[in-house]
Design a protein around this ligand. Sequence first.
Ligand code: ZN
Ligand code: ZN
Length: 228
Amino acid sequence: MLAKFKNTILEIIFPIRCVGCRAEGEWFCGNCAAKIVANEKQFCPICWSENSGGRRCENCSSALDGLRVAASYRENPELARAITTLKYKFSKNLAQNLGSVLANSISQKNYSTERVVVPVPLHKKRRRWRGFNQSELLAQSVAAKLNLSLADALVRTKNTAQQAKLSRIERIENLADAFEIAPDFDAKNKTILLVDDVASTATTLIECAKILKKNGAREVWGLVLARG
Ligand SMILES: [Zn+2]
Ligand SMILES: [Zn+2]
């Protein structure tokens, strides 16, 4: 209550402005979202060698079949600000505009299997603390824009330390057994689009992919806004 009051006061003194063009009223406006330069190059999520669509290359093995990174910070400095804002401000509108950036980076060819959009989950304690999961908001937006079904297919069972502060080896150890399949989700023969805001290494996505594959998913792709 007090925090809400404080926010309202702050918004009167410092109105919400777009992190791109400074226009008042939105955190990241539709015009700026539409101007994001999409990545032409994609990379294997394991060895990061360049390839056309982001599919994992033949030399690498992983439960994760591929990764689409929508855009780069270098070409779109405002994207970093928009992603940071989404972490701390619950804003459906911001999530929707960033969801368009994600949806635009996916090819619309015909798929033979059912595709399901799945957010990378937060542990329930952290979700409660923050009040929302930004990946969930993004996944909702992507599913709506691409007309795909959405499922909370994964549960985070371990309240892991923040990945960003850890080395690669520590990240892998930190995430071991961190996820489980949701009891009511049937992954069999489905193609899963795992949505997260950013990926620095693909460690989190790979851990999620392992669980989904173990439960019968046919393909698992990651979909993120940028490499963090
Ligand atoms: Zn703008
Ligand atoms: Zn590779």
